[in-house]
Design a protein around this ligand. Structure first.
Ligand code: PMV
Length: 325
């Protein structure tokens, strides 16, 4: 009862920001992302009759506490689906995600865990089912089942049965690249879970965010189909800014940005003024991801590396979906 799976992380171009159900992880809005080949997790799950509890080893270190609880709670769900409630597992994961703060990826982690655990326990699930299961470990992870661009459809049902990701175009449809800019910044103080909840509950800008998402989504999907980089980049950057604006309208207000974050945003905008099409997006932390086309790779990498506060720049292409090894 053993299986190994590999999943890549993804970067949202239309953000998931806010839950309508905390426990089932059901989102307020649809979101859309690009799966990245440079950041992935490989996980082996081994269920054994003789085990009396689960164990979780990540990058050769035994994991305990909150991170371990998230894994066992997620395995409980899979045990329940398989009707095998007293079957425990050893979980062994390797994160090929650069060690810098803010890049530990729950998206690739939960997608790889869901794929390996369902297969190891003998559940026969299709990709849609797998995406739904993965969603309950970490919301954004449900999009990592697919390569290239994918959309998480929020669904309407209260049981979450229609909330899962769908593929838009595969990785080889369009060679869009992403530079992950690692900043000399402190670890984020407010997790995405806490940040989005506070925003939904208190931000005077939250309704404005919700009202604007479907237009962004419709337009970016056309941009992707047409391989219109400027259109896709403009929509992604503006969507990111709107998401982050909601945090300033929350009570108490907060932001994920640091001075170095703003510096990279300005560096990107200045490059654009010189005619290079580059756009940024930022998740629930200080680090910045920059979208660019292959012909500008050298210039983008050099410019970002020279910017103040940059520790590292990691280049990535579009990545594939779940793979079983
Ligand atoms: O799924 P979580 O809890 O890691 O939340 C992700 C939220 C954002 O990264 C900010 C946006 C997104 O869609 O990935």
């Amino acid at each position: 009862m053993k299986a190994t799976a590999k999943a890549h992380t993804n970067i949202a171009l239309i953000k998931y920001w806010g839950k309508r159900d905390e426990e089932k992880i059901l989102p307020m809005n649809n979101s859309l992302s690009l799966t990245l080949d440079g950041f992935y997790t490989t996980t082996t799950v081994t269920f054994k009759e003789e085990l009396e509890e689960d164990s979780f080893v990540l990058n050769e270190q035994v994991v305990t506490g909150e991170a371990f609880n998230r894994v066992t709670n997620f395995l409980n769900l899979i045990r329940q689906l398989a009707g095998k409630s007293d079957l425990y597992a050893n979980v062994y994961s390797l994160n090929a995600v650069p060690t810098a703060a803010g890049f530990a990826s729950s998206a690739s982690g939960f997608a790889a865990l869901a794929a390996a655990a369902t297969r190891a326990i003998g559940l026969n699930v299709n990709e849609q089912e797998l995406s739904k299961i993965t969603r309950q470990g970490s919301g954004s992870a449900c999009r990592s089942i697919y390569g290239g661009f994918s959309e998480w459809v929020k669904g309407e049902e209260t049981d979450g049965s229609d909330s899962y990701a769908v593929p838009i175009v595969p990785a080889d449809y369009w060679d869009v690249r992403v530079a992950a800019v690692v900043l000399n910044a402190e670890e984020k103080g407010i997790s995405s879970r806490v940040g989005m909840k506070r925003t939904v509950d208190t931000s005077v800008f939250y309704q404005g965010w919700l009202d604007s998402v479907s237009n962004d989504l419709q337009a970016i999907k056309i941009g992707i189909q047409e391989r219109d980089f400027e259109k896709v980049g403009q929509i992604a950057e503006a969507n990111c800014l709107k998401m982050h604006a909601t945090t300033l309208g929350a009570n108490p207000p907060f932001t994920y940005w640091q001075d170095t974050t703003l510096n990279i945003m300005q560096t990107v905008q200045k490059m654009r003024e010189t005619g290079i099409p580059v756009y940024f997006t930022i998740d629930a932390g200080p680090n910045v991801k920059v979208l660019y086309l292959p012909e500008h790779e050298e210039l983008v990498e050099q410019t970002l590396k020279q910017a103040d506060g940059v520790t590292d720049v990691i280049l990535s292409r579009a990545g594939g979906g779940i793979a079983y090894l």
